[in-house]
Design a protein around this ligand. Structure first.
Ligand code: SAM
Length: 326
């Protein structure tokens, strides 16, 4: 069975392995293999591998003596790793316990297993969990060279958005001013600041803002990141006309905050607007709402329309990158 591997020239192998190990990305369940001058390093999560590496499917041998959850269960369970925790999504409590037991008994480097116990809900977009193994819901997640501490039971966080966040991060220039209206634990503002931007992140969740500040510190950018706990509609008055870039990741109700986004926008500002829409009208509703809020004061041009991921049958999580020029 092919597994995702970083493929590098053999001479670059040790430096690459070290770098991937520092980011907790090496999959110890498989052997690192050399073939025809190339080294293949198995990785746990290809979406978190830095862009300069090529990730390929390669038939890496299972490390001898390694026991994987499937070896214990007799079937391949579906699970997601975030730092040292494993997340499962099992409806049947008995099966959930069996899967968790197999995961901790296996050779996976795991400190705990959590089962999803509710949908993401409420204004703060947090879900309930059942802790099936270990004793914490707190974790340190690594993504494209940044580390984020967070408590899954207290704040919103999705490792699945790593690639999308990285796409946005790569657009950021040193010296620009970026405002994340729904900032969570800082997965946009921290890497923005690492590229030299000055950033403000707001969130109504006090715990999220405490993590955001701690994560700015942890990643060495606390001097360029301001975390503000509060409703962005109230905070925005202090930052009128300030932003060169705005992130709006509150997909179900971002349209209700467009007036605030326009207030924050500077003379020339890029807006990253996340939305959930049905397959037959993915981008039209968002674009119309942005135009209604920004025109005629701003000239509005859509620079990118992208489907980020499937949300539900017939529905997609989408993003619009929109330039507002006064
Ligand atoms: N940007 C973060 C990320 O990608 O991980 C978090 C996104 S999460 C979908 C939306 C966040 O918006 C939540 O942390 C929630 O607490 C916050 N939020 C909801 N309403 C808000 C408001 N009126 N003002 C500021 N933050 C708000």
């Amino acid at each position: 069975m092919g597994v995702p591997c970083v493929r590098v020239r053999r001479e670059d192998g040790e430096a690459t392995r070290k770098r991937l190990a520092e980011a907790d990305l090496v999959d110890d369940g498989y052997d690192i293999t050399v073939e025809e001058g190339w080294l293949y390093v198995p990785v746990t999560d290809p979406t978190h591998v830095p862009d300069e590496y090529a990730v390929v499917e390669f038939d890496a041998p299972v490390r001898e003596g390694q026991t994987m959850p499937a070896d214990i269960l007799g079937f391949e369970p579906s699970y997601e790793r975030i730092g040292a925790l494993v997340i499962i999504d099992e409806d049947d409590p008995q099966r959930a316990r069996e899967v968790a037991e197999a995961i901790v008994t296996s050779d996976l480097p795991v400190e705990g297993v959590l089962n999803r116990a509710s949908k993401i809900k409420g204004e703060q977009r947090v879900r309930d969990w059942v802790v099936l193994a270990g004793d914490t819901t707190e974790v340190v997640h690594r993504e494209y060279g940044c580390a984020f501490a967070l408590d899954l039971a207290e704040v919103y966080f999705s490792p699945r958005l790593a690639t999308e966040r990285h796409r946005v991060v790569e657009q950021v220039d040193a010296g620009e001013q970026a405002f994340d209206m729904f900032a969570g634990v800082g997965p946009f503002v921290v890497p923005f600041a690492k590229r030299g931007a000055t950033c403000v992140g707001t969130d109504i969740n006090e715990t999220a803002i405490e993590y955001l500040r701690a994560n700015a510190e942890r990643n060495g950018v606390a001097d360029r990141v301001t975390g503000i706990c509060g409703d962005v509609r109230e905070v925005a008055a202090d930052y009128e006309g300030w932003a060169d870039r705005i992130v709006m990741n509150l997909p179900h109700s971002a349209d209700e905050f467009l007036e605030t986004a326009v207030l924050l926008a500077g003379e020339d500002c890029v807006l990253h607007y996340y939305d959930i829409q049905s397959d037959d009208a993915l981008f039209g509703p968002g674009e119309r709402a942005i135009r209604a809020a920004a025109e005629p004061d701003y000239e509005v041009s859509v620079e990118a329309r992208r489907a980020v991921r499937s949300y539900a049958p017939g529905e997609q999580n989408v993003v619009l990158d929109v330039r507002l020029r006064r």
